[in-house]
Design a binder for this molecule. Structure first.
Ligand code: FE
Ligand code: MN
Length: 330
């Protein structure tokens, strides 16, 4: 019996007894992180956006990140329910996938809320993934990694099929949520630190907290599949994954350079490029692959906000003030 089985022994409708406690723990951690964007007031952001307090470069940085995330959240949700959900059959994993899908709906809602509050033309923001090459390339890169399992004829019959599924998991959990989201997090949280667009910054903090669980679950799922299908993760696949991560780093660095072409408040494209390398090394660590960059974290203040270390129990190192988000009064 394995995590991908659909035989009678592993009835997808019988969640008890739980085989994979770690999956259940991610579900519970997700529930503890409940939040909705409408809790966060946007008046100050709206006032700032309509004033001349922000430089052109700062405005561009906000627009680029809203443009990227507004469609990336839907892409991720679609991959979860349309591609992954069919093949990951262990019921406790599916319970987490459903929870994650809900969180992606919250994230999608966040960008509706930002778009509406700041008065953007929807097509202006949502069209950026067609119009802005550095955004389009990131999206096409991860979509390309899911091609084989997106095929309606796809079934898991042998090692090659398991490897195709792993490639999708690396694409969405490690590259999309684990690397492509992080220059944007650094930019928006950097602005917030300078008291600029604080409401949006806070929403990005909540999203980053959710995403760190998504990445953790994805990596543990990859590990579990690797353990249950020894022989699938070959040296060749090792090299392929490292290459994918290196390509992703280049795409993310191009994006960061375009989104933030000049230095803003002590954050420049060089530092964002370093940060992307630092994050990529953390992801390689999580996958038990050798680090490729050895770059120091240029934003130590950011790592205080999110624990990227797999060894630590990140459920217990969440910023405590967030925990009240689970007990909202309606
Ligand atoms: Fe998300
Ligand atoms: Mn996510």
């Amino acid at each position: 019996m394995t995590i991908l089985d659909t035989d009678a022994e592993h009835d997808p409708n019988k969640i008890l007894p739980i085989d994979y406690d770690w999956a259940r723990e991610y579900y519970e951690a997700g529930v503890n992180n409940n939040w909705v964007p409408a809790e966060i007031p946007m008046q100050d952001d709206v006032a700032q956006w309509n004033s001349d307090e922000l430089s052109d470069a700062e405005r561009q940085l906000v627009e680029w990140n809203l443009g990227f995330f507004s469609t990336a959240e839907s892409l991720t949700a679609n991959n979860l329910v349309l591609a992954l959900y069919e093949y990951v059959t262990a019921p406790e994993c599916r319970q987490y996938l459903l929870r994650q899908a809900y969180e992606e709906a919250i994230h999608t809602d966040t960008f509706i809320y930002c778009c509406d509050s700041l008065g953007f033309e929807p097509e202006y923001l949502y069209g950026m993934y067609d119009r802005v090459p550095s955004i389009a390339e990131k999206d096409q890169f991860v979509v390309g990694l899911t091609q084989s399992i997106d095929d309606p004829q796809f079934t898991i019959d042998g090692d090659g099929d398991v490897r195709d599924l792993l490639r999708d998991l690396v694409g969405f959990y490690v590259v999309m949520e684990g690397i492509f989201f992080y220059a944007g997090f650094a930019m928006m949280l950097g602005l917030k630190r300078q008291n600029k667009m604080v409401g949006i910054g806070q929403q990005f903090e909540y999203i980053m907290r959710d995403e760190s669980l998504h990445v953790g679950f994805g990596v543990d799922l990859i590990d579990q599949i690797r353990t249950e299908h020894p022989g699938v993760w070959t040296d060749e696949f090792d090299a392929e994954v490292i290459e994918l991560i290196e390509e992703a780093v280049e795409l993310e660095q191009i994006y960061a350079r375009e989104a933030c072409p000049e230095e803003i408040l002590g954050m420049g494209s060089e530092q964002f490029a370093d940060y992307v390398e630092y994050i990529a090394d953390r992801r390689l660590d999580q996958l038990d692959l050798p680090e490729q960059y050895g770059t120091e974290n240029p934003f130590p203040w950011l790592s205080e906000q999110v624990d990227l270390n797999k060894e630590k129990n990140f459920f217990e190192t969440q910023v405590t003030e967030y925990q009240s988000g689970g007990s909202l009064e309606w």
